[in-house]
Design a binder for this molecule. Sequence first.
Ligand SMILES: Cc1cc2nc3c(=O)[nH]c(=O)nc-3n(C[C@H](O)[C@H](O)[C@H](O)COP(=O)(O)OP(=O)(O)OC[C@H]3O[C@@H](n4cnc5c(N)ncnc54)[C@H](O)[C@@H]3O)c2cc1C
Ligand code: SF4
Length: 325
Amino acid sequence: MLRLPTFTYHRPASAAEAVRLKQEHGSAAMFVAGGTDLYPNMKRRQQTPAHVIALHAIPDLDRIEVHPKGGVRIGALTRLSAMEAHPYLRQHFPALVHAVAEISTPLLRNMGTIGGNLLLDTRCTYYDQTHEWRESISFCMKKDGDICWVAPGSPRCWAVQSSDTVPVVCALEADVELVGPAGTRRIRAADLYRDDGIQYLTKQPDELLTRLYLGPPGNWKASYLKLRRRGTFDFPVLGVAACLWFDGRKVQKANVRLGGAGSYAIPATETEQLLVGKELSDELIAEAGALAMKPARTMDNTDLDVYWRRKVAPVFVARALAACR
Ligand SMILES: Cc1cc2nc3c(=O)[nH]c(=O)nc-3n(C[C@H](O)[C@H](O)[C@H](O)COP(=O)(O)OP(=O)(O)OC[C@H]3O[C@@H](n4cnc5c(N)ncnc54)[C@H](O)[C@@H]3O)c2cc1C
Ligand code: SF4
């Protein structure tokens, strides 16, 4: 049985105190929300904080609040199961609710939070293993080693963005709120991520994610499609999110993001550009889907055959676009 290492557990009663504790203990400390990502990682010694700062006791961060103009403010500590069951989200943000419902299993969605899901560690076959397994290959660049086993000549880590909600919130142009030593700031969710398997977040290590903001429903429609081996439990090996804004029957703006295909939710830029100003015909959808083959940077570090995953990306993009009609 894998056991947790010894650590000191902190339970701050406010966001300010959580940030202060993080500043005090620096890289020796990590925040924990539901713990469904962090604790397994600690058991495998992928993450080894000596101080764990639990966020449950911070008030008001587990709420879903609907603004009179239709936007939604979701506290970072909101459980995934609460989002799944929320009537307003179900009615107006079905793509996001679908992505949430696709995460792992009901038990884990009862523990896991939206904040933890947005900040989920990147994943790789050579990394998501026990300490002994990783030691047997002299570790890798992401933790304790200095080589990338996926691309041995590469100076960077290619671990995979594996959260189901990240591609969706990026496509929806949602915002996130961060609280840090310098105060509170609000940024586009898409700006929270960078294309690097190790430094996959742009936020400062001391910053706490406090809220997710969704804009009001309008002349847009979104969808999410997940590829995985089993119908439950498994992380996405491809997660396509599309959000299309319409002017009448014509596409005014398009956001298409490919999750599980690189270290961040990759924008399918050529697909997006092709759609603008046109009606969503079957031919256009097929052509726009085909353009998503290029940005799908699949590598041999997750489940299912790498070449097949790349070939299937255009099919998934086409289906996600068709679901926006
Ligand atoms: C068997 C299994 C299957 C899974 N399948 C999926 C899946 O299919 N799809 C998927 O997306 N995920 C999956 N997960 C991962 C995980 O369950 C979810 O991503 C969950 O939403 C993580 O939320 P959490 O609150 O438990 O995060 P935690 O484990 O508490 O935290 C995750 C990370 O975020 C940081 N963090 C958490 N909250 C904050 C905050 N407010 N501010 C700053 N930092 C914070 C932590 O320090 C940690 O680095 C799976 C996990 C398991 C064990
Ligand atoms: S992509 Fe390379 S460096 Fe990153 S976790 Fe995998 S093997 Fe390690």
